[in-house]
Design a protein around this ligand. Structure first.
Ligand SMILES: Cc1ncc(COP(=O)(O)O)c(C=O)c1O
Length: 350
């Protein structure tokens, strides 16, 4: 059966150029990265820092680990950190900030990732009050996964930074898909990173590497993050083997390829709208499309019925399905998906 896997951009597999790169490796390109001696990792970290516009970068095993070592580096146990209420760190990272970091989590509401700064001002703790934990870290997510790949614009990021500075907070950006924001806005990625003290971005999503993410920031931040990475088991020795994929992923041509995913998400959205179903099809800004059912539905039944027809997707709550476009999915797959989704949704009894 033909399968179109629209569950996530994490299902992507390496490109032929990435396989060529890995084949060209030999032992001279590998070393012990815990000792800072893996030339491939060092090259990737330097390349990433340059592209992101920060002093230094650090290769980590995953986005989750990157966010964790960033939070551990930017805030101390007993302090309060501010996370957007639908953020990946809050919803999907197993509460690591609290469990491992001893950090108190405060969530803030937002409009597609951007809070009302006057409202969240009321959440800031008074550092001089003997009863309160100090607020020390503010986090944002760009693009925002649960808000359907929404882009937080540079001017809004500037407001985050201003708010953070005014309140003596560090500002960390979960930029798992920051290159999607940059490509969709036709702006250099540094416009999206320059206001953050630290940023995490993933190689293993739209950039289609099998493993790995990077964190970037000041030299001082990266030194701390390197030690925390070791603490949480992320010191990986001859990791140049897997990091080498990232050297291809960070080439301008490969970053620009994300445009195709954005285009496909729009085609999917238009196609689903034309089916005339009782659903709200959100307008995708990047590669994530959310479809909301307006009738009360059994969402898992829908997911199963779609899977039976070869269309894989995730539900993100009781009424919403998320479709993600990515490397390996072409326009023909999208047209096929529209047809199949139409057949399933018209035929299903909720
Ligand atoms: C916004 C966001 N941040 C962080 C992560 C975590 O990345 P990883 O799956 O590599 O741990 C994800 C994963 O989907 C994500 O969507």
């Amino acid at each position: 059966m033909r399968i179109v896997d629209l569950r996530s951009d994490t299902v992507t597999k390496p490109s032929p150029e990435m396989w060529e790169m890995i084949k060209s490796l030999d032992n001279s390109k590998l070393g012990d990265d815990v000792l800072g001696e893996d030339p491939t990792i060092n090259e990737l970290e330097e390349k990433a820092a340059k592209i992101i516009g920060k002093e230094a970068a650090l290769y980590v095993t995953s986005g989750t680990q990157g966010n964790l070592v960033s939070m551990l580096s930017q805030a101390n146990p007993g302090e309060e950190i501010m996370l957007e209420e639908l953020s990946h760190i809050y919803k999907n990272e197993v509460g690591s900030a609290a469990r491992i970091g001893g950090l108190m989590i405060r969530t803030y509401p937002s409009n597609k990732g951007v809070p009302d700064f006057k409202e969240i001002q009321k959440m800031i703790r008074n550092k001089d009050n003997i009863h309160q934990p100090p607020s020390t870290l503010l986090c944002a997510e760009n693009t925002h996964n649960y808000h359907g790949g929404a882009v937080i614009k540079p001017e809004d990021l500037y407001n985050f930074k201003e708010f953070a500075e005014m309140n003596d907070l560090k500002f960390h950006l979960d930029g798992a898909r920051i290159f999607n924001a940059s490509v969709a806005s036709n702006l250099p990625v540094t416009e999206f990173t320059k206001h953050a003290d630290s940023i995490m971005f993933c190689l293993s999503k739209g950039l289609s590497c099998p493993v790995g993410s990077l964190v970037a920031g000041s030299q001082n931040f990266i030194s701390k993050a390197r030690k925390f990475r070791k603490m949480v088991g992320g010191g990986m020795r001859q990791a140049g083997i897997i990091a080498s994929f990232g050297l291809i992923a960070l080439e301008p041509k490969w970053i620009k390829r994300l445009e195709e995913d954005h285009k496909n998400a729009k085609i999917l959205a238009d196609g689903l709208r034309n089916l005339g179903l009782n659903v709200e099809v959100y307008s995708p800004e990047t590669n994530i499309l959310i479809v909301e059912f307006l009738d009360k539905v059994r969402i898992l039944k829908i997911i199963r019925s779609l899977a039976d027809e070869g269309i894989l997707a995730f539900n993100i709550d009781k009424q919403k399905i998320r479709f993600v476009t990515h490397y390996g999915i072409n326009e023909d797959d999208i047209q096929y998906s529209i047809e199949k989704i139409g057949i399933v949704l018209k035929g299903i009894s909720f």
